[in-house]
Design a binder for this molecule. Structure first.
Ligand code: BES
Ligand code: ZN
Ligand code: ZN
Length: 511
């Protein structure tokens, strides 16, 4: 019954539109086009003027992600033409193209098609770089095709077990070459994002800290990464007492997963620390522990490992892209359950860097496992640390599901992350933190406590984390609101979003 989702492939095909022999040919069109663009004119003639007619009747307006399907009986090799709106010409951006490709991929999937053509000749009229277009089209298609269906039987709508073959259609040789360069990058990024989604979507009875460790080792083997998984005994020897405390209540013992990519330019270097350490919270299920959560929506707490899953996707992508950098991924993994062996409110933990923390709420566990992992990361003396975590409900309240919260101790680093977010289309919003917020986290009987008061919950959580990075430039991305969704969009399905994979890889690609 368990079925693996096969991967989507993307290629660039240098053919004329009417020669494409797939199941569906997608044509991107700007909003308000009254006439058939000249690039699509010959195809339209071959299919008997169907495009001209639909534009004339105004049934298709070209609004972003609007779709209309046209059937072409017997006239061309491809029997279906799918029109996808690109919105207003002056508003066209790579993000619009990415979504259009995702919308086309999802429409094709629903029809059971397995060969999808994408023609976006309209972009020639825009300022979008052709290579960038190839990248976002591949990203959109790969991400759009993904659906979590590991446990769906055929009778319940799992007919499409086929892998989608996507072709970007471009008759011009020079343009096809550029599209292909971007296509390679975009496919890897999309697959990295889907890997993060695939693991994050798995339920708590399948993914726990040890099985997440095995998942990381499998990815490392496939992509050529170094991987080390520290078990609970090793964590005890190292002094990772916060990770051990949080994971203490579960029979599935905690792990610290370390992945390493040493790109070519960095292999000879000795002594120098990594360029970036990316840290991701992986609570494989967060019940709250002894400070137990209410039952409503508790099932969504399987997504509390999304930060760690993003790190997995990022590391897979940087290895496949062969980025010339030294990058380390760290995934502290624990399951937060109430039991006889759980940590309790009132406990005091001596963390990896020696700072002590009074536990006042066992549901504020993310910052605890991160404290050990961040201190471990800082010890490597990297040029930057970026962490991603489904850390606070307060961030969900503050920003809603359209922005992740961005915190940190270094303005230049935050600026660069904002820039990468602009490229990847995963928006972040800069939030305050600092010494005033840190005051709220001081304990009377230990160096810190793990909750503040109700005020500024995501800012005080970030202030807590800042105590464990020393003076290393550090950014924290609170993905609590964006890591998963139950709102279906035309360009992507529900469940884990893989937020942060493209963002952090784009950050690393910026040099
Ligand atoms: N994993 C949660 C944060 C969360 C909440 C993520 C909602 C996604 C959706 C985290 O471990 C948590 O429970 N945080 C508490 C902290 C509080 C006890 C200070 C919270 O936000 O309520
Ligand atoms: Zn919690
Ligand atoms: Zn949590």
């Amino acid at each position: 019954m368990v079925r693996q989702t096969k991967q989507t492939s993307v290629t660039v095909k240098q053919v004329q539109l009417h020669q494409y022999d797939g199941d569906i040919l997608t044509l991107g069109l700007f909003e308000g086009s009254k006439r058939v663009p000249k690039e699509y004119a010959y195809l339209d003639k071959v299919i008997g003027g169907a495009i001209r007619e639909v534009l004339r009747l105004g049934d298709f307006k070209g609004r972003a992600n609007e779709t209309t399907i046209l059937y072409c009986p017997g006239r061309v090799v491809c029997r279906r033409v799918l029109l996808v709106g690109l919105g207003k010409k002056d508003k066209i951006r790579p993000a619009v193209l990415r979504q259009a490709a995702g919308t086309a991929a999802r429409s094709a999937n629903k029809l059971g098609a397995s060969r999808l053509g994408l023609a976006m000749h309209e972009i020639a009229k825009s300022k979008i770089d052709i290579e960038a277009a190839g990248q976002v089209l591949a990203e959109g298609a790969v991400v759009g095709c993904y659906k979590y269906k590991d446990y769906l039987s055929d009778a319940n709508g799992n007919k499409e077990a086929v892998a989608m073959r996507v072709s970007i259609i471009e008759p011009n040789a020079a343009a096809a070459l550029k599209l292909n360069r971007g296509r390679k990058t975009g496919t890897i990024l999309g697959q990295g994002q889907n890997l993060a989604r695939a693991v994050a979507n798995k339920p708590g009875n399948e993914i726990n800290p040890p099985s997440l460790g095995r998942e990381a080792q499998k990815t490392a083997r496939q992509c050529g990464l170094k991987c080390r998984v520290f078990n609970d005994r090793q964590l005890a020897e190292m002094g990772m007492n916060a990770i051990l405390a949080v994971g203490g209540g579960s029979a599935n013992k905690p792990r610290l997963i370390m992945l390493e990519h040493k790109g070519r330019a960095t292999r000879g270097k000795t002594g120098a620390g990594p360029d970036v350490v990316v840290v991701g919270k992986a609570i494989t299920f967060d019940s709250g522990g002894i400070s137990i959560k209410p039952s409503a929506k508790m099932e969504d707490m399987k997504f509390d490992k999304a930060g760690g899953c993003a790190v997995l996707g990022i590391m897979a992508a940087v290895a496949r892209l062969k980025l010339p950098r030294h990058i380390v991924g760290l995934i502290p993994a624990a399951e937060n359950l109430p039991s006889q062996t759980s940590y309790r409110p009132g406990d005091i933990i001596r963390t990896y860097n020696g700072k002590t923390v009074e536990v006042q709420n066992t549901d504020a566990e993310g910052r605890l496992i991160l404290s050990d992992a961040l201190a471990y990361a800082a010890k490597m003396k990297p040029r930057a640390i970026i962490d991603m975590a489904t850390l606070t409900g307060a961030c969900v309240v503050a920003l809603g599901e359209h922005n992740a919260g961005l915190f940190g101790n270094n303005e230049a680093l935050k600026k660069k992350i904002e820039k990468a977010a602009g490229v990847s289309g995963e928006p972040v919003w800069a939030m305050p933190s600092g010494s005033e917020y840190l005051e709220q986290m001081k304990s009377k009987i230990a160096d810190l406590k793990n909750i503040g008061d109700r005020k500024g919950g995501s800012c005080t959580a970030a202030a807590f984390l800042s105590e464990f990075v020393g003076d290393v430039p550090w950014a924290h991305i609170d993905i609590a609101a964006v890591a998963d969704t139950d709102t279906e969009k035309s360009w992507r399905g529900i469940g884990a979003t893989g937020f942060g994979v493209r963002l952090v890889v784009e950050f690393m690609r910026m040099g």
